[in-house]
Design a protein around this ligand. Structure first.
Ligand SMILES: [Zn+2]
Length: 364
């Protein structure tokens, strides 16, 4: 990772002030980084994991009264991978997760129509939306329990605009589980045969596979059979020797350096989440740690937050107290200040994901 001259500039200004005996504020504070505007204008910035709440069981529920495109613009993201958890409602019978899947997509169709937000289906859609400064979503599902053993439902999801599929979440598929889950005792031997079929169907259709929540054995098997690079949309690195110890509850959700390298070797992208950070500066330190392990070409931003204010999950525009610049502008500014080059900020901000998305979902 190249270091920019910002810390050197700061040093020079401090040195100048002490030499002259005058109190001159560091240049960085007095003079906003002129490179920031260029980065923000150029970058197709993407949040790899952003939630929307689905009123499961209430197909005619009124739409939430929040300004989706306005909230997206506030975050500074050009696009968000918008997801929901099918398994947030325990199913009482087979068939119910499939109904929930339809409810979620129907709800999304209504929400997007009402707010005039489109789904990006290819890289060109992302580029066109960015050129028009019109935020778009990339449709995802966190948990593919709606498949219930029916591989053709991956085709159905793709036809309805789904472009990112995370096979597992908190609970197994009732009919044909796909993989062991990292927060539960392994009992499936990693990736199942059906799980492998789901990866292959996603490859064939142009759906990005999100490996988050899979046990590492399952991840290894998926890496062996996948024809395309995959993402791990919301995670971070396990604390190393000398790092401040993290929350032990988060431990199963984090990756070692070796695991990060395995996932990114074929071109995969790791989305860095905010957990364990109190400020954007600390978040950028997490990005730096992951980038040091994975290479700056293989890192992205994955908030795991919600664009709707006042919901159960953390609100994207209020991750850090007092931070008002918007998620991406704040991260971009802090990355530049901490030594990332503008080009590196563009890559982490969304360029790396766009490269993968063009390869998997298609350039046009
Ligand atoms: Zn998750």
């Amino acid at each position: 990772m190249q270091r920019s001259n910002s810390s050197r500039r700061e040093f020079l200004s401090v040195a100048a002030s002490s030499a002259s005996g005058l109190l001159i504020a560091p240049l960085r504070a007095a003079e906003p980084d002129s490179r920031l505007a260029g980065v923000l204008a150029r970058t197709i910035s993407v949040d790899l994991h952003s939630h929307v709440g689905i009123p499961f069981g209430k197909p005619n529920a009124a739409l939430p009264q929040f300004d989706l495109p306005g909230e997206m613009k506030r975050t500074g993201f050009s696009a968000v991978v918008q997801t929901w958890e099918v398994d947030s409602v325990p199913p009482s019978a087979t068939g119910q997760e499939y109904i929930h899947f339809h409810e979620a997509l129907d709800f999304e169709d209504r929400l997007l129509a009402a707010t005039k937000v489109k789904r990006a289906l290819t890289l060109r859609d992302l580029e066109a939306a960015h050129a028009r400064r019109q935020p778009v979503i990339i449709q995802a599902a966190e948990g593919a329990q709606f498949l219930e053993g029916h591989i053709e439902r991956v085709d159905e999801a793709h036809k309805r605009g789904l472009r990112v599929l995370q096979p597992v979440h908190e609970r197994d598929d009732r009919v044909k589980p796909m993989a062991d889950i990292y927060t539960r005792a392994a009992h499936l031997g990693g990736l199942t045969e059906f799980g492998a079929e789901v990866v292959k169907a996603s490859n064939r259709l142009g759906v990005v596979v999100d490996l988050t929540h899979m046990s590492y054995d399952a991840v290894k098997s998926a890496l062996k059979i996948s024809a395309h690079p995959m993402i791990f949309s919301h995670t971070s690195l396990v604390p190393g020797p000398g790092d401040k110890p993290g929350d032990p509850r988060m431990a199963p959700r984090l990756l070692s350096k070796e695991e990060v390298r395995d996932i990114t070797a074929p071109g995969g992208v790791i989305g860095v989440w905010w957990h364990g950070t109190n400020t954007v500066k600390e978040y950028v330190e997490q990005i730096k740690r992951v980038a040091d392990a994975a290479g700056v070409e293989n890192v992205g931003i994955g908030t795991d937050t919600d664009l709707e204010p006042d919901v159960r999950r953390l609100y994207t525009n209020a991750i850090w107290k007092g931070e008002t610049r918007g998620m991406f502008p704040a991260v971009a500014e802090e990355m530049l200040a901490s030594g990332f080059t503008p080009d590196e900020v563009t890559k982490v901000g969304g360029g790396n994901f766009c490269r993968l998305f063009g390869k998997v979902a298609g350039a046009r």
